[in-house]
Design a protein around this ligand. Structure first.
Ligand code: CDP
Length: 208
């Protein structure tokens, strides 16, 4: 079984995907970490995020075993990730890795922006998770504050809006719900309620 969870920045996809995967006994891949790792490695080599050939070369070296690096979660890395994510050669370099992951038994949950549309168009269940931008910004702001990051709410909101605009307007694999995706708006749901709603949607879809 393959479950695709897509949605905009800080929509809670990652947390939801992990919980859903645990519930159904499936593997889980946060595909945003792949793009974040490409950005991190390009910058670590002193390269430019706009250099398509270099970013693609770096993307071909990404090792999914190195994605637990906590620095990947920093806001600046998310911003840099959305710049390299516009490059088609980077996306192509990461495609097989994601599809191989999805093929494992008994199944997998992948979260990102283009899982339901491009990476796994035949996924058994596709969920597009949304929440109003100020709600997402508030959640991300609280998360970063707890980790001691020097952030402001306005700054976080600004970064989220810019990133959503970049992700939904790019030519290759723009962020959008697949035609057969189920929309889940979590503006008024906490993580428990969002999890319960997602499990209910999935069970209904797979006829359990
Ligand atoms: O966790 P958050 O929503 O802040 O971001 P993320 O899922 O880690 O993704 C970081 C960036 O990677 C996004 O802004 C996208 O530009 C890019 N991305 C993508 O293009 N395709 C994916 N399947 C996943 C992420």
């Amino acid at each position: 079984m393959i479950i695709a969870i897509d949605g905009p920045a800080a929509s809670g996809k990652g947390t939801l995907a992990r919980r859903v995967a645990g519930h159904f006994g499936l593997a889980c891949l946060d595909t945003g970490l792949l793009y974040r790792a490409v950005a991190r490695d390009v910058l670590a080599r002193g390269g430019s995020l706009e250099d398509e050939a270099e970013a693609a070369a770096v993307a071909r070296t990404i090792d999914p075993a190195t994605l637990s690096d906590p620095s990947l979660r920093l806001p600046g890395v998310g911003e840099a990730a959305s710049v390299v994510a516009r490059i088609s050669a980077v996306r192509a370099a990461l495609l097989d890795l994601q599809r191989d992951f999805a093929r494992q038994e008994p199944g997998a949950v992948l979260d990102g922006r283009d899982i339901g549309t491009v990476v796994c168009p035949n996924a058994d269940v596709k969920i597009f998770i949304t929440a109003e931008a100020p709600v997402r910004a508030r959640r991300r702001y609280e998360e970063l504050r707890q980790r001691g990051e020097p952030v402001t709410f306005e700054g976080v909101l600004d970064v989220i809006l810019r990133r959503d605009e970049r992700d939904s307007s790019r030519a290759d694999a723009p962020m959008r719900p697949a035609d057969d995706a189920i929309l889940l708006d979590t503006s008024n749901l906490d993580i428990e309620a969002a999890f319960d709603a997602a499990v209910g949607l999935i069970k209904r879809k797979i006829g359990q």
